[in-house]
Design a protein around this ligand. Sequence first.
Ligand SMILES: Nc1nc2c(ncn2[C@@H]2O[C@H](COP(=O)(O)OP(=O)(O)OP(=O)(O)O)[C@@H](O)[C@H]2O)c(=O)[nH]1
Ligand SMILES: [Mg+2]
Length: 312
Amino acid sequence: MDRIIERALKGDPRSIARLITVVESENDRAKEIMKKIYPHTGKAHMIGVTGSPGAGKSTFLDKLISSMMASGLTVGVIAVDPSSPFTGGAVLGDRLRMQQHSLDPGVFIRSMGTRGSLGGLSRGTYEAALILDACGKDIVLIETVGVGQSEIDVVKIADTVALLLVPGMGDDIQIMKAGIMEIADVFIVNKADRDGSERVVREVNIMLDLQTGKDWRPPVIPTVAESGEGVELAAGALSEHREFLASSDEGRRRKHRRLRLEVEEILKREIAKIAEEAWDSRIGGDVLEDLASRRKDPYTVADDLLSEFISR
Ligand SMILES: Nc1nc2c(ncn2[C@@H]2O[C@H](COP(=O)(O)OP(=O)(O)OP(=O)(O)O)[C@@H](O)[C@H]2O)c(=O)[nH]1
Ligand SMILES: [Mg+2]
């Protein structure tokens, strides 16, 4: 495994793919790999791109990758495919759309599921992003569909979140205000070739003007992802946001919040494993009968198991 890590760190795509596969399987080797990878991370700009199904995320990413590569940047992409009926058929389309890039050296594209949490990001997504970072990608793009928890989760991973809106959503903007609107750092109004896009731009701008007390005013950029119009501007806005983070308290706050979440997540995972083992070791005894007959309650059983484990 050490040789694979070594080669991956030098940017070898096949070794990178191997590492991600192992880490995705969440076995014991995953932790060892991550320990070795971690010191090399912290350099990439992690960008989350989210928006409703069909908003044009993949098309936009395709053009964004071209634009970034033209500036000499290396790019890694993680497309999170929720096993959702809305997007079930889109996976192949995404692959085809971005396929031209999968042959480019300097671009690495990987699709991942949302296994585990309902609509959320699977554990491996963050690790995969870290691996791409460690392996020298300047930019790591994470595409998530805004149909579940994943678009909210992406903020835990990304430095910068771009939200794609499209005309014709009408009241959706109102609905979205609650969660995702607050976490977006850059607003993209895609399909600007369609009627109503100026209205969306105007409405989002009005909404943003009402927000006070923030050091970063998210820009609202119309794009036509299909033709590439506006994508350069969007790329510029993303990198401006990165510069803002690097030079502000907000950047430091986000970094700290993320590191806290990282350790918390790992701890939770470890504790869950211990809890499962503790319970498994008990389950053969009379405890289920005691519970069934109400001689014992589950709260006391859990408390007892916990204190036993702590005292060991
Ligand atoms: N008119 C117009 N159509 C676009 C534009 N951008 C993308 N599309 C089309 O919109 C459809 C959906 O594009 P995708 O890039 O697959 O959208 P997506 O957000 O990745 O979709 P999911 O991954 O399924 O959530 C495709 O048919 C695109 O050709 C645009 O700027 N204008
Ligand atoms: Mg897509």
